[in-house]
Design a protein around this ligand. Structure first.
Ligand SMILES: Cc1cc2nc3c(=O)[nH]c(=O)nc-3n(C[C@H](O)[C@H](O)[C@H](O)COP(=O)(O)O)c2cc1C
Length: 256
């Protein structure tokens, strides 16, 4: 069960209702997990905390997270500024000094065996992938969005507030924004999000187009890794292929 942490702060009773159902794990991201850590662990659930900075990682340790996900800015969806390449080893060092039992997952830009192997070498115990599974057979993605994304380079994504404002999510804390593909709508409103917030007609228009899956209005929510993704196979196949490729590389295959 996953929560956007700052949103959970506004509806604190929700966590108790979820914990009554005995979830195997609770995943918190984008906010301070400390107020919730003890309740989650006392309920017998595993706390995953996704972090975007070293300071966040320190809070996650304080919260008693059993799994910390270090998310770099390359990630699709909401995120912040640090890059995966530097955040992961820094958090790995912090955990080996302060909380060696805590598992570390790397997230942001990991979509194939090369990146999985690299993350393990940087000190992660595993990875968390979003964009790679967005482009899978099981994902409920409108056909036109999938077509645009599978043809895109990694250059085609951007972080910003436009899409959150368009869909009425005005109160995301300033340090977080959303990585999507660029499109006409994002380009038109970048730098003018206050105007968009005030323009009910433009937002209603966007919503109707988004519901119809129009990629010129609602961009695919994917990260920079979209540039190495060219197909949408089944999730199990993706997992098997990534693991096998990483295993080969870690056994010295990169020297071939
Ligand atoms: C379509 C999409 C939706 C996402 N939604 C959430 C979310 O609701 N909560 C969350 O914590 N992270 C969310 N994320 C971010 C992921 O947790 C993860 O950090 C990210 O996908 C990893 O980077 P990658 O996309 O390069 O694999 C989302 C990512 C994508 C692509």
């Amino acid at each position: 069960m996953g929560f956007i942490t700052w949103k959970l702060d506004q509806t604190p009773g929700l966590l108790d209702r979820v914990l009554e159902r005995k979830p195997r794990a609770v995943f918190l991201s984008f906010g301070d997990p400390v107020p919730y850590g003890a309740r989650i662990r006392d309920a017998g659930s595993t706390l995953f905390a996704q972090v975007q900075t070293l300071a966040d990682a320190e809070r996650a340790v304080e919260a008693g997270a059993q799994v910390i996900v270090a998310q770099g800015t390359e990630a699709g969806g909401h995120g912040a500024r640090r890059a995966t390449m530097t955040l992961v080893p820094e958090v790995a060092d912090h955990l080996s000094n302060r909380a060696p039992e805590t598992l570390l997952l790397a997230a942001g830009g990991i979509a194939d065996g090369r990146a999985l192997a690299a993350a393990l070498i940087l000190g992660a115990d595993g990875v968390l992938c979003g964009t790679r599974f967005w482009a899978s057979r099981e994902a409920l993605v409108p056909e036109a969005q999938m077509r645009v994304a599978l043809a895109a380079h990694g250059d085609a994504t951007v972080r910003g507030k436009v899409i959150d404002v368009a869909r009425g999510l005005m109160d995301w804390p300033g340090r977080f924004d959303l990585r999507t593909m660029r499109n006409r709508f994002v380009d038109d409103w970048t730098g003018r999000v206050e105007a968009l917030a005030d323009d009910d007609a433009a937002r209603a228009n966007w919503l109707a187009a988004a519901e119809a899956g129009d990629p010129d209005m609602a961009p695919p929510i994917v990260g920079e890794a979209i540039g190495v993704i060219r197909d949408a196979p089944g999730a199990a196949e993706i997992l098997a292929q990534m693991s096998a490729e990483a295993e080969g590389l870690l056994q010295g295959g990169w020297r071939r």
